[in-house]
Design a protein around this ligand. Structure first.
Ligand code: HEM
Length: 118
């Protein structure tokens, strides 16, 4: 097992890749550009690293099932981020709405991790 900070670093690397991907996906959607392969790859690799780092930290912090509410909610946000690739690619919402929702969810995930309110 790796140490807590290595998992945290992996987790944050995942956040950066996923958000770089969303930046690309939103520009692609707004300007009707060809599907950017790097954006899908960055999204996929980032989602994997988020999960790997997240579960690695849970093990290191000794947090087991039943999970506290903040972990359940973060997992929910992770699932939404996965699904959001489809939301942008299929043009389901205007890019400005997506942008706002994604930013809000990132703030919420960070709040849950830092304050652990429940
Ligand atoms: C698979 C779902 C997730 C799990 C299991 C998870 C788990 C965790 C854990 C255990 C921590 C460490 C808390 C501590 O050090 O006390 C953490 C920190 C953090 N997570 Fe997540 N997380 C998940 C999803 C996300 C998502 C989707 C984001 C997107 C923004 C995110 C952003 C962060 C941030 C910014 C931190 C703070 C790192 C720090 O302490 O400096 N997490 N997460």
């Amino acid at each position: 097992m790796l140490n807590l900070f290595v998992y945290k670093w992996i987790h944050l690397a995942g956040v950066f890749l996923v958000f770089l991907a969303f930046g690309g996906l939103l520009v692609e959607q707004k300007f009707k550009l060809a599907k950017q392969r790097w954006a899908s790859i960055s999204h996929g690799v980032g989602m994997f690293l988020l999960l790997l780092g997240g579960f690695g930290m849970l093990a290191r912090l000794g947090i087991h099932w039943p999970w506290p509410g903040w972990i359940v909610l973060k997992l929910g946000i992770w699932i939404v981020f996965g699904f959001w690739l489809v939301v942008t690619r299929r043009n389901w919402l205007p890019p400005a709405v997506s942008y706002t929702v994604l930013f809000g969810l990132a703030l919420a995930a960070t709040y849950f991790a830092l304050w652990k309110p429940f």
